[in-house]
Write a protein that binds this ligand. Structure first.
Ligand SMILES: O=P(O)(O)OC[C@H]1O[C@H](OP(=O)(O)OP(=O)(O)O)[C@H](O)[C@@H]1O
Ligand SMILES: O=c1cc[nH]c(=O)[nH]1
Ligand SMILES: [Mg+2]
Length: 212
């Protein structure tokens, strides 16, 4: 997996506020939304475009527009929903598909409870959004699911990643000829004994939407 850690003072500033346990849910949501827009700028660097010409008031100009089929954005519920609007603001013509997944907090295995995606993803560029890449079980299962539907160009946007999660992704997809990119605001130190990212930001879903 090709990993890009976005090194930018504004990203670091917003991420620091996001990590702060004293940051309330409304502020956390706003910061997550702002951060994803900054990450999306880098994550969409390879978005497919087609060339065209337009008439400016002065002359003919060559330019580009997003190619069809338009990209698919896939938030992994629940926490990924906190990154959806920031993505679609930048890619307003993108289609949106949903994956509902929850990590069993005892076994740390990901379980899928909802899927609402186009059946055929061949030829589509897919952007998966989920704030946390911890053990990597959730993201690996999500991408396997997208690959089964024909996706061959997947970029994941995460606010935080752990080295263990990146290693797991590399192991699961080592023999794959389909490239996967990860764009993240930070690569943290490690996971703790409960599978939480250290120093991390806690449970992203709870901090966005409250404890259920
Ligand atoms: O890399 P992993 O070890 O699989 O963990 C990461 C997953 O855990 C969190 O979701 P969670 O399962 O807490 O669900 P939620 O979004 O409903 O809170 C997070 O948003 C990821 O989806
Ligand atoms: O640190 C972590 C790990 C998994 N899920 C979270 O929300 N936070
Ligand atoms: Mg959670």
């Amino acid at each position: 997996m090709e990993t890009l850690v976005v090194d930018h003072p504004l990203v670091a500033h917003k991420l620091t506020a996001l990590r702060d346990a004293g940051t309330d849910s409304p502020t956390f949501r706003r910061l997550a939304d702002e951060l994803v827009t900054l990450l999306a700028y880098e994550a969409t660097r390879h978005v497919r475009v087609t060339e065209l010409t337009v008439e400016t008031p002065v002359a003919t100009a060559r330019g580009v527009r997003l190619a069809q089929p338009y990209p698919l954005v896939v938030p992994i519920l629940r926490a990924g929903l906190g990154m959806l609007e920031g993505m679609t603001r930048l890619l307003p013509t993108a289609e949106v598909g949903f994956l509902g997944m929850i990590r069993n907090e005892t076994t740390l295995k990901a379980e899928t409870y909802a899927t609402r995606l186009p059946d055929d993803l061949s030829g589509r560029q897919v952007y998966v959004v989920d704030p946390m890449l911890a053990t990597g079980g959730t993201l690996a299962a999500a991408i396997q699911f997208l690959f089964e539907r024909g996706a061959d160009d997947v970029t994941a946007l995460c606010l935080l990643a752990a080295p263990e999660g990146i290693a797991h992704m590399d192991e699961v997809f080592s023999g794959s000829d389909r490239p996967i990119r990860l764009v993240t605001a930070a690569l943290d130190e490690r996971l703790n004994e409960h599978g939480y990212i250290v120093p991390g930001l806690g449970d992203a879903g709870d901090r966005l939407y409250g404890v259920v």
